[in-house]
Design a protein around this ligand. Structure first.
Ligand code: UDP
Length: 335
């Protein structure tokens, strides 16, 4: 049966892929996004769109007055780890105040379910690999800390108001929707796969590897890249689980790939050479980050539909070839 879902940050990267998944399954969607990072062109015409800021409680009140939501998906946030190290206040204040406004509005409207976009950055000093949900929380940055503060607020919103929530700790979201209409377009871009693809396309002179002297097989950092549509699928599955209780899940493929393996895969898939420069380590990077997603597999039968690097990079490359300027390509075409 179709549900009505409020999606904050629905014009952003992971949010827009969840919107697509919701619409594909026949749900109604209202996107709430300030478009500071998101793109209007990422919101399909089938979704209602409200351009507003979560810092504005009146804007939120109007949205909750206009629609009766079955659940809220909360993606809107500042999300650049490095920037949070330079300006912790922007993250600790900005991400929490907006989320507290949203939680209050959700509770006041009597909406009982919220799915929250959390992060592997909660695990800044992991004691074992892969990382499961029992790992100690020790955020690796003010960004991660802000996400943890929101997880705690959600914990109390459940205890005190019965708002059920799912906290989904994403590892490295990557790839693009097979429908070819949405993909990854950050400004500035900081993520490895789109940067390597730009180097393969000749749009950057090279990719800089941030350190090749780590204690890993080839010396470069190992990460768990998960297809953004597999993340979207997990959001829909947890909605049903929330009938019973709040949950939290780590979400990754369970397989790690090194920076060099990503570069090799990009060369293979694009057929282009990627010039490489080895630079110093990036502060705050851990050598290896791999998720154990056993819990969500067991509880909800979730499993990645696009588990390998090839499907992830292939989709991202197809989107970038069709949109060489990202969403600006579409804006130009519409002029
Ligand atoms: N990385 C790199 N060069 C870049 C960007 C990223 O070597 O220009 C490395 C980074 O050090 C990390 C991995 O690629 O080990 C993934 O980085 P990304 O920023 O995409 O995600 P993170 O793991 O930081 O969330």
């Amino acid at each position: 049966n179709p549900k009505t879902i409020l999606v904050t940050g629905g014009a952003g990267y992971v949010g827009s892929h969840c919107v697509a998944e919701l619409l594909d399954r026949g749900h109604r969607v209202v996107v709430f996004d300030n478009l500071r990072q998101g793109h209007a062109a990422a919101v399909p015409p089938e979704a209602a769109f409200v351009q507003a800021d979560l810092a504005d409680p009146e804007a939120l009140a109007r949205v909750f007055a206009q629609w009766r939501f079955d659940a809220v998906f909360h993606f809107a946030a500042l999300s650049v780890v490095g920037e949070s190290m330079r300006d912790p206040h922007a993250y600790l204040h900005g991400n929490t105040v907006t989320s507290l406004n949203l939680i209050r509005a959700t509770v006041e409207a009597g909406v009982r379910k919220l799915v929250f976009s959390s992060t592997a950055n909660l695990f800044g000093s992991p004691s074992r690999m892969p990382i499961d949900e029992d790992e100690a929380i020790d955020p690796g940055s003010p960004y991660g800390e802000s996400k943890f503060m929101i997880e705690r607020a959600l914990h109390w919103a459940d205890r005190c108001h019965g708002l059920r929530s799912a906290c989904l700790r994403y590892f490295n979201a990557a790839g693009a929707h097979p429908n070819g209409r949405i993909g990854e377009d950050h400004s500035p871009e900081t993520h490895l796969i789109p940067l390597v693809l730009d180097a393969a396309a000749g749009k950057r002179p090279h990719i800089e590897i941030f350190g090749d002297d780590y204690a890993t097989p080839d010396g470069t950092c190992v990460r768990d890249y998960i297809h953004v549509c597999d993340l979207a699928d997990a959001h829909l599955r947890v909605l049903d689980a929330l009938e019973e209780r709040s949950v939290r899940y780590n979400l990754g493929n369970g397989t790690g790939y090194s920076v060099r393996e990503v570069i090799d895969a990009v060369e293979r898939i694009t057929g282009n050479r990627v010039p490489v420069v080895v630079g110093p380590r990036r502060p705050g990077d851990l050598p290896v980050l791999i998720a154990s997603s056993e819990r969500i597999r067991r509880d909800l039968g979730w499993q990645p539909r696009f588990p390998g690097l090839d499907a992830i990079i292939g989709g991202a490359w197809a989107w970038r070839c069709a949109h060489p300027q990202g969403y600006r390509t579409l804006a130009k075409a519409a002029e």
